[in-house]
Design a protein. Structure first.
Length: 136
């Protein structure tokens, strides 16, 4: 299997000291499912804060995020413990809509950006738009 997207994601958006372990888990078939779920539950601790463009439970309803999605119409790799979305290539807008409707964690990988939806929990849901360049 080709793990180019996962490798680019880890090298671009994850804190240096956490990269090797996460990359190993994302690229090991037996660990992949749990790695995606675990990552989305602790994304705030693993993400390089300099790469966060937008964050918060209401992120997907914000004008800045909606504008970003409209300007980045491309196919993205979707990773999720949700069987129906996992390892699908979907247009960004479709992937975000499906992630917003899902209660499971979702990681959307694009070229130069990533969108993270944590699992729906009481009190809200962690959400991040990550960009290689903070000015999107």
């Amino acid at each position: 299997m080709d793990y180019t997207s996962e490798e680019r994601f880890v090298r671009s958006f994850i804190k240096k000291e956490r990269r090797e372990r996460l990359l190993y888990e994302f690229t090991t078939p037996e660990k992949r499912y749990d790695a995606v779920d675990r990552f989305c539950h602790s994304a705030g601790k693993l993400i390089d804060p300099r790469k966060i463009a937008v964050k918060g439970d209401g992120m997907d309803r914000s004008a800045a995020f909606r504008e970003f999605v409209a300007n980045h119409d491309e196919l993205c790799l979707v990773l999720s413990p949700d069987f129906y979305m996992d390892e699908q290539f979907l247009p960004l807008e479709t992937a975000v809509r499906m992630a917003a409707m899902s209660t499971d964690s979702v990681l959307i990988l694009g070229s130069g950006f990533a969108v993270v939806f944590g699992e729906a929990e009481k009190g809200g849901r962690e959400k991040y738009l990550l960009c290689e360049s903070p000015e999107f």
